[in-house]
Design a protein around this ligand. Structure first.
Ligand SMILES: [Zn+2]
Length: 81
């Protein structure tokens, strides 16, 4: 089975947290996170941020603007890291 690269995984994090991935994608995502400490750590931080946002907004889904800001912050952190 083809594995996601870390860059591919980043692109799917918001979809994963929105339950928008197909079952095979979801399994590949979780397999990568389980075997990649860096992505696991980043996912944990991302999930905390998304949960806080959802608690403060009535919509379950993130707005496009919020998603863009999160992805920008996430990518910037990877570049520094
Ligand atoms: Zn990774």
């Amino acid at each position: 089975m083809k594995r996601f690269t870390c860059d591919e995984l980043v692109e799917l994090i918001t979809a994963y947290l929105d339950d928008a991935l197909d079952q095979p994608e979801r399994e590949r995502f979780e397999a990568h996170v389980a075997s990649c400490a860096d992505c696991g750590r980043q996912l944990g931080r991302f999930r905390e941020t998304v949960r806080a946002l959802r608690e403060s907004t009535p919509e379950r889904k993130l707005s496009d603007g919020t998603r863009d800001r999160l992805m920008s912050a996430f990518r910037a952190r990877r570049h520094r890291g």
